[in-house]
Structure formats: structure tokens, C-alpha cells
Design a protein around this ligand. Sequence first.
Ligand code: SME
Length: 157
Amino acid sequence: MKELFQETLRQVEKIINENPDDLLLRICSLLKEKIYHYDWVGFYTLKQGELVLGPYVGKPTEHTRIKVGKGICGQVAEKGKTMVVQDVTTEDNYIACSLEIRSEIVVPVLKDGKFLAELDIDSHSPAPFSPDDIQFLENVCIILTPKIIQSLSDKSS
Ligand code: SME
């Protein structure tokens, strides 16, 4: 499994170097394609104090805007720390997207400790996330940070 994460991280780097217009969407597709237990992969960015859904792959969701503090996504925006929920039925502050979702991991994108955006992954598998997932996804977010800053400033100009 570790090797798969390492190989996928190299592919993420390759896409970043190619710098396509649909960079974040390409990253979402790659992660969903390569890692079996990633069933919905998307980015939310913080805009005017609210999380706004960006590029994603997987079933369409009605949760295109989420308040800070609400759900797993909102808690990560508030605390700036990765959250792993191995069984979503045990989490009170959770926003259900579909009944198939059993578990979720949300990783923040931070700049100098300030929350900018997050990578949200939903899984149909129960308890699929290992410390390797956390390390891998935190690395993905770190190497994407300059691109996310760029995309946020492009859109606000
Ligand atoms: N389950 C999330 C909501 C977003 S969807 O997973 C796409 C949450 O509790 O914040």
C-alpha cells in the first residue's frame, strides 16, 4: 500500500509540474482512480467565511456551501487539523451526503498555519483509513498549497 501512495504522490507532482488549467480536478480524478477506498474526492475553499465546493469527482452533492464548524468539513476549517472518521454513524456533527458513505477523511490546506482550503474524501468502505492515508494526503495538500493560493487569488481578481 505504501508503494501505491508513493507512486501516486509522484503522479500528483507530475500533474503539478504540467500545470494544467483543470489541475485540482485532475488531482481528484487521479486519487479516486488509484486508491480503491476513495469514492468521493473534492476540494472546499474558504471564501468570505464559508466553505465553498470546488472541483470534485464522485456523486454530485447538494452541500456546495458549508458553514465553519458544521459537519466534518466545517470542523476541519475551524481547527485546521486533519480529521479521520472511520465510521460516520458515530459522529454527531456530520453532514450526510449519501447513505453509501461509511467513512471520511478531511485534510486542511494551510498557509503559515492559516486555513485556506481542504481536501475531502468519502469512502464506501468501513474504517479504511490508515496512518499512510493521512501522511499521503497531508503531503498532497502541502505540495498543492502554492497552486491553491494561486487559484484563490485568480478567482478574486
Ligand atoms: N460529510 C461532509 C459534508 C461534505 S460531503 O462529504 C461531500 C461533512 O460532514 O462535513
